[in-house]
Design a protein around this ligand. Structure first.
Ligand SMILES: Cc1cc2nc3c(=O)[nH]c(=O)nc-3n(C[C@H](O)[C@H](O)[C@H](O)COP(=O)(O)OP(=O)(O)OC[C@H]3O[C@@H](n4cnc5c(N)ncnc54)[C@H](O)[C@@H]3O)c2cc1C
Length: 434
């Protein structure tokens, strides 16, 4: 079969990797000039060296990302542990002095607190509520999953019902979830289905460390696409339509348009991008995809230490800063600790969802990304998409991190591609659990 894959994020790359292993002919289309998964990566020129930096710096572990980890193993992607230390402090704008950390965790969530911080009543409340959430997460998940009720409780309602303290929610939990794990606004976090976040917390807080790839995202994307001979960069898909026996793509490359036929087309773009090119006749597909909502996420690379705790000994790999009004937070990743092999003396940072701009002279790059948000309706839309895939004579298929239940992570992109592959009869690695 000759199959087209649109989009080269993790979902499109996993789909084409599977297709290739199954002996199918595959043609990839990507509107950007590089593989989409690595398209925001950059070289940082500093202290007379040039350092390769992934943007965003993505992480995973075999618990929350079991299928990604297996695909990476088979494809030969090497990984290494990330120093998991975290600091939490109030956000102070540039015209104020830097703030003191109210909490620092050195190893995952094993609560190695700075002793003096335990003297603060807010820190004591945070520690008490972390323990409470960890102790009850398992039984709460069982209760939610075995419940007959169809209604999904949003995370904020759950936290209020169980009387979690504001200190725990706004000085610890929301900053960590909103500015890294889910990268979304607090309003969206309020609506997140509780079971998804409790389950993620359980899998992220054990002793299994977070990993990053050793050789960076570009290398990972190259390994996943290694067997694909036809990759069309700078090629925007302008229209997708189908009949009972073929799928048609209209593409635009350097100002000229052309049409191509395939046995199948796998749409592995973001759901909101697909809306722009699906033929108007694909009314139901468009209606389902319109249900998936996205938020803008910006990431800045800079050398401004203002967004770090006042005392250098409190600096951690992940430094969370919460806005005074409890409405937003940001995270500064201390890149020199994230990439210990970097030997540059200048401290470098990657700040996710910055609450203000870094000083201009410290700004190295800005990236604009988007991430799907998740609410009670998301599972309904995912089920509708799955039902659509059951239709006979289907030629156009959808995968992406938005299309699997849970937090939209690399894992969900991989799972959605594996599920699709299984449905289309491709060879799925035995080790994968879908
Ligand atoms: C700041 C941030 C940090 C994150 N950190 C992590 C992390 O640590 N761990 C983790 O697992 N996940 C993380 N994620 C989430 C993860 O990056 C995404 O879930 C994942 O990359 C989505 O992959 P995808 O293949 O579904 O979509 P995408 O990566 O969005 O790929 C879609 C591709 O389609 C292409 N495209 C779109 N329209 C067209 C068109 N018309 N024609 C041709 N091509 C087109 C796009 O250019 C793009 O390359 C993070 C996300 C953000 C924003």
């Amino acid at each position: 079969m000759h199959i087209a894959v649109i989009g080269t994020g993790i979902a499109g790359l996993t789909a084409s990797w599977l297709l290739n292993r199954s002996g199918h002919e595959v043609t990839l289309f990507e509107k950007q000039s590089t593989l989409g998964m690595a398209s925001h990566g950059m070289q940082i020129a500093i202290d007379e060296v040039s350092l390769p930096c992934d943007v965003p710096s993505r992480m995973f572990n075999p618990l929350l990302w079991p299928n990604l980890s297996k695909v990476y193993d088979i494809a030969g992607v090497e990984s290494t542990s990330v120093n998991p230390s975290k600091s939490f402090c109030p956000f102070r704008p540039q015209n104020e002095s830097r703030s003191k950390a109210w909490l620092k965790l050195n190893d995952s969530f094993q609560l190695s607190l700075l002793p003096q911080l335990l003297l603060q009543s807010s820190s004591r409340k945070i520690v008490k509520d972390i323990s409470k959430m960890m102790a009850t997460a398992g039984s709460e998940l069982e209760r939610i999953r075995s419940s007959d009720s169809n209604s999904v409780e949003g995370f904020k309602a759950y936290l209020e019902r169980y009387d979690y303290s504001n200190e725990f929610i706004y000085q610890f939990l929301y900053p960590a979830l909103a500015s890294t794990v889910c990268t979304c606004s607090y309003e969206s976090l309020d609506q997140y289905p509780t079971d998804i976040l409790l389950s993620a917390m359980q899998l992220l807080t054990g002793s299994t460390p977070l990993q990053r790839t050793v050789n960076g995202t570009q290398h990972t994307a190259d390994l996943l696409s290694a067997g694909v001979s036809r990759i069309n960069f700078n090629t925007t898909v302008a229209n997708v339509s189908s009949t009972n026996d073929k799928a048609m793509l209209e593409i635009e490359n350097q100002g000229s348009n052309s049409t191509h036929d395939f046995d199948h087309v796998i749409v592995a773009t973001q759901a909101n991008s697909a809306l722009a090119f699906l033929d108007p006749k694909m009314r139901i597909e468009k209606e389902i995809l319109a249900g998936f909502k996205y938020e803008d996420v910006s990431v800045v690379i800079h050398s401004d230490p203002h967004w770090m705790p006042a005392r250098k000994q409190d600096w951690a790999t992940f430094n969370f800063l919460s806005r005074h009004d409890n409405q937003a937070a940001m995270c500064s990743i201390w890149l020199n600790q994230f990439y210990p092999e970097w030997e540059t003396p200048t401290p470098l940072f990657q700040t996710i969802m910055p609450l203000e701009s870094p000083r201009p002279e410290t700004l190295l790059a800005t990236a604009k990304l988007q991430r799907p948000t998740v609410s009670a309706n998301t599972k309904i839309d995912i089920d509708r998409l799955r039902n659509l895939h059951e239709q006979p004579d289907r030629r156009v298929w959808f995968c992406g991190s938005y299309a699997s239940p849970g937090i939209p992570l690399l894992e969900s992109g991989v799972v959605s591609a594996l599920r699709l592959g299984k449905q289309l009869g491709f060879k799925i690695p035995n080790a994968c659990e879908i």
